[in-house]
Design a protein around this ligand. Structure first.
Ligand SMILES: Cc1cc2nc3c(=O)[nH]c(=O)nc-3n(C[C@H](O)[C@H](O)[C@H](O)COP(=O)(O)OP(=O)(O)OC[C@H]3O[C@@H](n4cnc5c(N)ncnc54)[C@H](O)[C@@H]3O)c2cc1C
Length: 416
């Protein structure tokens, strides 16, 4: 049995798929590739024809196969600042939407929603491709297109669940005017790769935004949490993970007759985060190095109790992102203050994951399993920042986890 990646099916079978959906949107052979949300696993491609089983074309755009930080679409890379733990950037801010309602409704400061609204209202961009609740199964996500501020606000807020916004990249490619893309860092990595091979798509991406991401739990995890809190699956009318204050609560609605069920952000993440795909544990790109603009929680400014007014960290990765952000600020869409890289390092657990990635990948390789190739993330230097015991834990902890769960064998699913 081959222990190398030759096809997208291999990416799926070795637990390296992130479920972005780019292979579905960009397939030129049209041989019936679809996506399915496997409740205990995540969104995965399904190949109905024999053709895809032997085709390797999609690997060139697959973030489960490889991600290269140097592919960032920045026209002024020479003036960008390099930071080992935060990545390459042009500017760093803390801030929030200037619209109090968007700030209140958004996940942290509503920065992504406000910037998307700016692009629609002031930059003549046509639509925003992003992610929202699936109304038919509210514990799941679906890919959506928003064309107005009202639609954006209705779909604001983080959804800690598997998502596949790249499944509609062809809609951006085939549109007349530029559009906004919002997705996980791995979604933006897929978009970036696709832009390199599809010039028309490249021209139509008006802005690519992402958020800090520690990984996407599977949809069963969300449903089971709602059940544990007392909601029967058939009664659930909506599920929200964040918003209405910072950090906001997990909220399950069961129609107008019942009171919403809520749970704290901390307990919700504690329970859901156990059900993230294995691929998320080795990811060094939690702060979206390929995006124009990426936003996360300014946890270093959270008071530690109750709901605070929302505050985001904002990393500007490209000259284009810098220009759009400046214009949005000048037009009164955002309130921003400059910060230092240490503010982000202090705020983010994702920094630790970045320093562990090298050791975890070594641990994987020792089992003989193939891994995602992460290029130009300076993972060795980041790993050397750890003390020796943490370095050993990163290798041998992964080795142990892979051995106990049989992940060194192709086709073993890991989630718990
Ligand atoms: C799975 C996940 C993990 C995260 N991990 C971290 C973390 O470790 N540290 C941290 O600081 N922040 C993390 N965040 C990001 C954080 O919760 C906020 O999203 C971020 O601060 C941006 O806030 P905002 O108010 O600007 O976004 P908003 O204005 O609320 O906009 C959020 C946008 O994200 C899109 N979106 C929501 N969920 C998904 C999804 N599952 N897939 C694709 N797009 C989605 C929405 O469509 C919306 O356009 C995570 C978010 C998610 C979804």
């Amino acid at each position: 049995m081959s222990r190398k990646i030759h096809t997208i099916q291999d990416v799926v079978d070795w637990n390296l798929c992130v479920g972005c959906g780019a292979c579905v949107a960009m397939c030129t052979h049209n041989h019936g590739t679809t996506l399915e949300d496997i409740g205990s696993v995540g969104i995965r491609p399904k190949f109905t024809g024999d053709y895809c089983k032997h085709c390797s074309d999609c690997l060139s755009i697959c973030p489960g196969y490889s991600i290269d930080a140097s592919e960032v679409r920045d026209t002024e890379l020479e003036t960008a600042i390099e930071n080992l733990l935060v990545g390459t950037y042009h500017a760093l801010y803390e801030g929030h939407s200037a619209d109090p309602y968007i700030r209140y409704t958004g996940s942290s400061g509503g920065v992504l929603t406000s910037l998307a609204a700016y692009c629609l209202e002031q930059e003549g961009m046509d639509f925003v491709l992003h992610t929202a609740m699936n109304p038919d199964e509210p514990w799941k996500n679906r890919t959506v297109i928003s064309r107005s501020r009202e639609e954006l606000i209705a779909r604001a807020g983080s959804r800690y669940c598997t998502s596949s916004p790249c499944e509609w990249l062809d809609r951006i490619e085939n549109n007349d005017k530029p559009c906004v893309f919002i997705g996980k860092p791995c979604d933006v990595a897929a978009l970036t790769k696709a832009r390199r091979v599809r010039p028309e798509l490249d021209r139509k991406v008006g802005l690519a935004m992402s958020f800090f991401c520690a990984g996407t739990p599977c949809s069963d995890a969300v449903m089971e949490l709602a059940n544990t809190l007392g909601a029967d699956t058939q009664d659930i009318s909506s599920v929200h993970f964040r918003g209405q204050g910072w950090p906001g609560k997990f909220r399950v609605n069961r129609g107008p007759e019942s009171e919403p069920i809520t749970n704290t952000y901390i307990d919700t993440w504690k329970k859901l985060s156990r059900r993230r795909p294995f691929r998320c544990h080795i990811c060094p790109d939690g702060m979206g190095q390929l995006s124009d603009i990426v936003s996360g929680d300014a946890w270093n400014r959270y008071t530690g109790t109750g709901e605070n007014p929302g505050l985001s960290h904002v990393i500007v990765r490209t000259a284009h992102g810098r220009e759009i952000l400046k214009k949005a600020e000048d037009a009164g869409y955002l309130n921003l203050l400059t910060i230092e890289p240490d503010d982000i390092i202090e705020a983010q657990g994702l920094v630790l994951r970045r320093t562990m990635a090298f050791g975890r990948i070594v641990g994987m390789k020792l089992t003989g399993a193939p891994t995602t190739e992460f290029k130009n993330f300076h993972l060795l230097q980041a790993w050397l920042k750890n003390n020796p015991s943490t370095m050993l834990i990163s290798i041998f902890g992964t080795l142990k986890r892979m051995a106990l769960r049989g992940l060194y064998r192709k086709g073993t699913s890991y989630y718990r």
